[in-house]
Design a protein around this ligand. Structure first.
Ligand code: ADP
Length: 399
């Protein structure tokens, strides 16, 4: 029976998963899928490694939260693949705080430490941890590994992570952490294979998806990132505001808004959706629209990406390359074109044809810095970490 690794990314209303052979996490996934609409009308969709749709149907098992579905998902996957056995689970966990600088095999002590971090990521961490709890209850012998969005950024210089707030608040954990770390780590490893000289240099990686951030990476190590204490900081995103003058929040509080309404405003009503006046949070819709508000949202996005690339270049004392990844970064030649034009003063010179082909290097031979497109794969990074953390999972018995 083939041993496989289950990768779980449990959110509030959706659970994304992928399955890898435990000996071949550098290859393609066997399956990728998600259960969406959890708590409303759960829907189950699975594709094979080639992207062919295998299952597209209502999820009938009871359970109203992502975590409750994980044990049943294992049975379903093992039936679907007919002849594989899941021997370990790797979880995306949003926050590892300052303690977890790398993935960790979860035991009771680790779990307690991760629960202590819930106040730092109240919208995500509880769902990540609940999935681990659910599997521990039903599959007690199954090794589980937590892989953190923050870990790649661990080790920043103090100046990069400190807010200009009283020291006691910093000591209590109110500091910058950075997120999207699994994506940055994947892209950094891919860059070593694709352009080893550049990988030793100063690179800004632009993870531009519904959530968006930039990371300054020098010789494979994160130096700084646009996301900070939460995944709300930095660039404007699909529905999130990005960086905001804290005085705006004080003003809105004075006008009578409370915590919940501010949270909704900043996470769900702002960003591209808010600036476009409700047209869309989706970059494809905005680019296709002829409404001036849609154009204004796109202009703001590009402006902020360009501005923050320069800011991170300053943090590294220069920049040798820019890498685009995630939904917008990988798929939109137009956004890449506009960002690169905004960075022309840095020396970036786009190769228009290479940009349309979007494979690997997209700048001219003489361009310094160079620019690249590298598709990210956070699930694969988690699968690799899981195998590495367990020292080769084949030794471990499936209880
Ligand atoms: P997340 O994983 O954060 O949900 P993705 O990385 O999947 O997000 O990126 C989603 C974003 O990518 C959406 O804004 C979508 O419009 C954008 N996107 C996908 N394809 C294209 C495209 N061809 N042109 C422009 N934007 C695109």
């Amino acid at each position: 029976m083939e041993a496989t690794i289950l990768v779980v990314n449990a959110g509030s209303s959706s659970l994304k998963f992928a399955v890898w052979p435990d000996r071949g996490t550098h290859n393609a996934a066997i399956l990728r899928g998600q259960i969406s609409g959890i708590g409303r009308v759960p829907w189950f969709r699975v594709r094979n490694g080639d992207g062919d749709l295998l299952v597209d149907e209502a999820w009938v098992q009871s359970g109203d939260a992502a975590h409750g579905l994980v044990p049943a998902l294992i049975d379903r996957i093992e039936r679907q693949t007919g002849g594989t056995a899941i021997v370990a689970a790797g979880h995306r966990v949003v926050h590892g705080g300052t303690r977890f600088a790398s993935p960790v095999v979860v035991d009771e002590t680790v779990m307690r430490d991760l629960e202590d971090l819930v106040p730092l990521a109240p919208l995500h961490q509880p769902h990540n941890l609940a999935a681990i709890h659910a599997l521990a209850a039903t599959h007690p012998g199954l090794p589980q590994v937590a892989c953190f969005d923050t870990a790649f950024h661990n080790g920043h210089a103090d100046v990069a992570d400190r807010f200009a707030l009283p020291r006691a608040l910093h000591d209590a954990g109110i500091r910058r952490y950075g997120f999207h770390g699994l994506s940055y780590e994947y892209v950094t490893r891919a860059l070593v294979r694709l352009a080893p000289d550049l990988a030793r240099g100063r690179v800004v990686i632009a993870h531009l998806g519904s959530g968006a951030s930039l990371c300054a990476v020098h010789n494979g190590k994160s130096i700084d990132s646009t996301m900070g204490f939460t995944a709300l900081d930095g660039l404007p995103m699909g529905t999130r505001s990005g960086a905001l003058d804290a005085g705006v929040l004080l003003h809105l509080l004075e006008l009578g808004q409370d915590h919940d309404s501010l949270e909704h405003l900043l996470y769900h009503e702002s960003g591209m959706l808010g600036v476009s006046g409700g047209i869309s949070n989706d970059m494809r819709d905005l680019l296709a629209s002829n409404q001036p508000e849609a154009a204004q949202a796109v202009d703001l996005f590009v402006y902020r990406v360009v501005r923050e690339i320069a800011s991170l270049a300053a943090a590294m004392g220069g920049v040798d390359g820019v890498v685009f990844t995630a939904g917008i970064g990988e798929s939109s030649a137009l956004i890449r074109d506009r960002v690169c034009r905004g960075c022309a003063w840095l020396g970036i010179e786009l190769d228009a044809e290479a940009n349309l082909r979007r494979d690997g290097r997209i700048t001219t031979r003489g361009s310094r810095p160079s620019a690249w497109v590298i598709p990210t794969d956070e699930e694969q990074m988690i699968a690799q970490h899981t195998v590495e953390a367990l020292g080769g999972v084949k030794e471990i018995c499936y209880a």
